[in-house]
Design a protein around this ligand. Structure first.
Ligand SMILES: NC(=O)C1=CN([C@@H]2O[C@H](COP(=O)(O)OP(=O)(O)OC[C@H]3O[C@@H](n4cnc5c(N)ncnc54)[C@H](O)[C@@H]3O)[C@@H](O)[C@H]2O)C=CC1
Ligand SMILES: O=C(O)C1=N[C@H](C(=O)O)C[C@H](O)C1
Length: 247
């Protein structure tokens, strides 16, 4: 069996260190490089695939460097705006053999939660997202919540649903949360939590709740390892692990 060489960017962080352990434990993968803030990325220690878990402000430049080196990238970092994605697509056009996966969430249950929420969104007048995370998280709303809202907003539009009903006329402190693609999104930060999300749907006389909990960062690792194994078969940019899993 041929060995895939893997480097991790953000290797000292919560996710990066977990990813290093997972790569070291995986058959057919060899951890060849650990990079963190301030390190020269250079040739990425000869990696075939890079796993990138850094910070939203740094991720795009790190991924651009990998693509320019002809190295496939599995990206978990949040904060990928439409503009950054467009820049990355243009860069990948110059490197047509390189694959990049950007996954807002690598936990299989979270991928299913997003798919179920997208499906349900067409059937309910009311919908809201509550994401709950550890208080060391720097971005809000979470990438998972933003992606969930994007999928739900598109499904609502396709189904001809209008805006969610809400009679609020006074909300000086933002108690109704942020709006992402028309969906109210609420962010909770609480010591003891890891990564959790509830998607609430309401219609007259009923309510549907879809909830996912990551209690430990190991929950993300099967998805990360599956992505490392598959990324080279998917040239260009893919957003969402569901596209690799046939979900
Ligand atoms: N897609 C997914 O399944 C998941 C995604 N995440 C996301 O991954 C990212 C990292 O999360 P955590 O590991 O919890 O954060 P963290 O703060 O523990 O780790 C980030 C690491 O990146 C390093 N870093 C900062 N600037 C850098 C640069 N320019 N180049 C290389 N490394 C740099 C930091 O020194 C740190 O070691 C966040 O955006 C988070 O939302 C987190 C969990 C799961
Ligand atoms: O920062 C985290 O912890 C997480 N970040 C990702 C996000 O913003 O959605 C994935 C998961 O929720 C954990």
């Amino acid at each position: 069996m041929s060995v895939t060489k893997v480097s991790v960017i953000g290797a000292s962080g919560r996710m990066g260190s977990e990813a290093c352990r997972a790569v070291e434990a995986a058959d057919g993968l060899e951890l060849v490089g650990r990079f963190d803030m301030g390190d020269e990325l250079g040739d990425l220690a000869g990696a075939d695939v890079v796993v990138e878990f850094s910070v939203p402000d740094a991720s795009a430049a790190n991924v651009a460097h990998c693509v320019d080196q002809g190295v496939h990238v599995v990206v978990g970092t949040t904060g990928w705006s439409e503009g950054k994605l467009a820049d990355l697509r243009r860069r990948l056009d110059q490197h047509p053999d390189v694959g990049v996966l950007i996954a807002p969430n690598f936990a299989i249950g979270a991928v299913l939660m997003m798919a179920f929420a997208e499906k349900a969104a067409a059937f309910y007048e009311s919908a809201e997202v509550i994401e709950l995370h550890h208080p060391d998280k720097v971005d809000a709303p979470s990438g998972t919540a933003a992606r969930t809202a994007e999928l739900m907003g598109a499904a609502r539009e396709k189904a001809g649903l209008g805006t969610v009903p809400d009679a609020t006329t006074s909300d000086p402190d933002g108690a109704r949360g942020a709006r992402a693609h028309g969906i109210p999104v609420h962010s909770v930060r609480l010591r003891g939590l890891v990564a959790h999300q509830e998607v609430l749907f309401g219609a007259t006389g009923e309510m549907l709740t879809i909830r996912h909990d990551s209690f430990d960062r190991v929950s993300f690792m099967p998805g990360v390892i599956a992505a490392v194994r598959k990324v080279k078969e998917h040239p260009g940019l893919t957003v969402g692990l569901e596209h690799y899993l046939g979900i």
